[in-house]
Design a protein around this ligand. Sequence first.
Ligand SMILES: *[C@@H]1O[C@H](CO)[C@@H](O)[C@H](O)[C@H]1NC(C)=O
Ligand SMILES: *[C@@H]1O[C@H](CO)[C@@H](O)[C@H](O)[C@H]1NC(C)=O
Ligand SMILES: *[C@@H]1O[C@H](CO)[C@@H](O)[C@H](O)[C@H]1NC(C)=O
Ligand SMILES: *[C@@H]1O[C@H](CO)[C@@H](O)[C@H](O)[C@H]1NC(C)=O
Length: 430
Amino acid sequence: MRIKYSLPVVFFVALVIIEKENNIISRVSGKLALKQTPPIQPSRSGGAPAQRDVSVPPVGELTSAFAPMKRRLENYSDERPAASRRKGVLLLATTRTGSSFVGEFFNQQVDDVFYLYEPLWHVEKTLTLETGGTNATAAAGAYRDVLRGLFLCDFSPLESFIDPLPVDHVTASLFRRESSSSLCGEAVCGPFVKGVFERYRCRNRRCGPLNLTAASQACLRKEHRAIKSVRVRQLETLRPLAEDPRLDLRFIQLVRDPRAVLASRMVAFASKYGNWKRWAENRDAPVDDDDDEVKKLKSNCDGIRTSAQVGLGRPAWLRGRYMLVRYEDVARSPVRKAAQMFRFAGIPFAPRVKAWILESTRASQESAGIYSTRKNSSQQAEKWRFTLPFEIVRVVQKVCGPTLKLFGYKLVTSEEMLTDKSVSLIEDFW
Ligand SMILES: *[C@@H]1O[C@H](CO)[C@@H](O)[C@H](O)[C@H]1NC(C)=O
Ligand SMILES: *[C@@H]1O[C@H](CO)[C@@H](O)[C@H](O)[C@H]1NC(C)=O
Ligand SMILES: *[C@@H]1O[C@H](CO)[C@@H](O)[C@H](O)[C@H]1NC(C)=O
Ligand SMILES: *[C@@H]1O[C@H](CO)[C@@H](O)[C@H](O)[C@H]1NC(C)=O
């Protein structure tokens, strides 16, 4: 009896410990963990077996009753690894929300995570219409199919979107290959070929063009897979992946204050955000919601909010598979937040990841580069308050109000409040 019940008890105690440490983890997984504790019931009565005077079966009978369970437990530990311990993590974000930095947590776990950085870039590029946008329905379907393939270590759905098409599954054009340690490891490196131009070649060693067959094999050898993407618009469109038992997928949605995101995009994508820059310089933002740029901003905010509302609404298909993370919380305590994400994903949090985070968040001034992940993160997270004029802030607050509110970002009511560092604009309730 003790063995039978001690498992649930251990499970429950573990949950309590996790729960205690986890008071910031998303409400979703928190509530879920509590919901998943029905085993607590038997453990109470099982705690006092002495009081049970009803016919205790002879030891021999007990032993034989235990045998099947013991066998099942053996099978559990022997057979499960390949199939079900394997986890998939999809980091969903939008541009300039710190997703490269957060994605790097998983990239650093190179021993057991196969990490891919923005593979959907190829899909979006191929499907971009002359108008500059994509057909959202068609894109969502393609994203889903390519992601399913990749989480199964099958690159072929992706291959058809790589331009030029890979030859014999070898390509020199994979977008930001160097951002995936897994694509630059010994097994995938391949002999360096003179004369082949590779824009995204490996940083720390000379590799040949990427052999996707070898990459697929390397992927299969890794315990877990993680993919970061800023391209998926609606979480709902990925429902078939959440329901695919082969993937055992976890979604981490990373969000950031839309005011900070806009400020960051105005620097990073200067030409695309020319209108905003002009408005900022002239302190003359459009009052009209019909302006194209303002409409774009609104649809952006609405998309993120809708996805989050799906996740936070805990539909059955997402139970235990969704976590919402605010970039500002990551910036404030990156190690703690990273540990929570790994725990949620069911992937051990390696000391090397922690070391990497500590090192990269400490490096302050020396860093450069727009996509740099080596920044003083807490300082960076607040920088926008001094670069984005109040007039622009007001526009963002007007069209993104519900999004700001959902994620716990406080509205500013004056220029003074905006630039007063002693006023926090982030609600702590998360
Ligand atoms: C355990 O695995 C073996 C081998 O796959 C199988 O024959 C057996 O039925 C399994 N036992 C249980 C209790 O599932
Ligand atoms: C978008 O793609 C879907 C599916 O491929 C198609 O049915 C639909 O007609 C397309 N919509 C537009 C506006 O082109
Ligand atoms: C790619 O890698 C696979 C597996 O390692 C190998 O069999 C194949 O020959 C490689 N292809 C090329 C073109 O080198
Ligand atoms: C990072 O920035 C914060 C806020 O300005 C500051 O308090 C902290 O000392 C900085 N850390 C380092 C290591 O530069």
